[in-house]
Design a protein around this ligand. Structure first.
Ligand SMILES: NC(=O)c1ccc[n+]([C@@H]2O[C@H](COP(=O)([O-])OP(=O)(O)OC[C@H]3O[C@@H](n4cnc5c(N)ncnc54)[C@H](OP(=O)(O)O)[C@@H]3O)[C@@H](O)[C@H]2O)c1
Length: 282
């Protein structure tokens, strides 16, 4: 990675953090495959950047064969692959009760099964070359679950679980795996371009409707700067250390710290109960 150019594969790139990452990587002279649902939107957004090292591909992340083909085209074009960033994702705001089955499945298609498709395609390359870095963009909501974000949190918690397991599996092959957990970042994430909402909501969940309105009004005041966020991800990879987790944003740091404290307190409160269910020690 420290030798230019490295080859990166980034998903979800026409907006936000993914777009900024692609921009900074190209400006630094790296090769980038950028997957998106719209190469037109992506190339328009990169109009001021030298895109001679860019392979922009329209890929449905839920389609395993399409993902495998995108990875094959990457290695054909750039003769290798060094870093994969599973970045594509979106929010869905509704109570658990108001979350339709189709929306739940769509979310998992992108945030879980889509990531798994990318992993199945790239891991044979990383394992064989005994080198590579997987960066999965989770969220502080992959560590902390809050009302109204049940589906999003379910997707990010699933991503955290599979990523943590993966890190243990591939360490012996020299492959690094990192979860990046942002707080609120000023991207399109909280706009209706990205955020999904249920078609109807049940009476009684007024506080969730209010929370949804408040979040739509947050746009423009999020603490996180996507330019700094993308630069932080590139630096994380460049160090070659491959930490399992890194939070981005002071808000993420506070929420995660409070969660660890609450979790520790719950674990201690249940200490006696946990020990009480063992067979007696002979
Ligand atoms: N911004 C935040 O506050 C925040 C906080 C924590 C975590 N995150 C995570 O950071 C990552 C990037 O989000 P962002 O903040 O950059 O938001 P964004 O500006 O909305 O960009 C999200 C990207 O994900 C892709 N995407 C969105 N919906 C998709 C769908 N249904 N199917 C496939 N791809 C889809 C889009 O790619 P194309 O349109 O190019 O296909 C888009 O470029 C996400 O995983 C998000 O969950 C964001």
């Amino acid at each position: 990675m420290t030798n230019l150019p490295a080859t990166w594969f980034v998903t979800g790139t026409s907006r936000g953090l993914g777009l900024e990452l692609v921009r900074q990587l190209l400006e630094a002279g790296h090769n980038v495959t950028a997957t998106t649902r719209s190469t037109e939107r992506l190339t328009q957004a990169l109009a001021d950047v030298d895109t001679s090292r860019l392979l922009a591909l329209e890929v449905d992340l839920a389609d395993e064969a399409a993902v495998a083909e995108a990875v094959r085209r990457t290695t054909d074009r750039f003769a290798g692959l060094d870093v994969v960033v599973n970045n594509a994702g979106y929010g869905f705001l509704a109570s658990v009760e108001d979350t339709p089955d189709a929306d739940a499945r769509r979310m998992f298609d992108v945030q879980v099964f889509g990531v798994w498709n990318v992993l199945r395609a790239v891991l044979p390359i990383f394992r064989t070359q005994k080198r590579g870095h997987v960066v999965n963009i989770s969220s502080v909501l992959g560590l902390v679950a809050v009302p109204g974000w049940g589906l999003y949190c379910a997707g990010k918690y699933a991503l955290e679980g599979l990523t943590e397991a993966l890190a243990g599996e591939v360490a012996e092959f020299g492959v690094k795996v990192t979860l990046v957990e942002p707080g609120y970042f000023r991207t399109s994430f909280l706009t209706t371009d990205s955020l999904a909402l249920p078609t109807s909501t049940t009476e009684g969940y007024e506080s969730i409707r209010e929370m949804t309105d408040n979040h739509l009004n947050l746009q423009g005041s999020q603490l996180g700067d996507p330019v700094k966020g993308a630069a932080a991800i590139i630096s994380l990879v460049a160090t070659g250390e491959g930490p399992l987790r890194r939070l981005l944003g002071s808000d993420a740091y506070s929420y995660a710290s409070a969660k660890v404290e609450a979790l520790q307190s719950d674990i201690e409160a249940g200490r006696e109960l946990a020990h009480s269910t063992d067979f007696p020690q002979s």
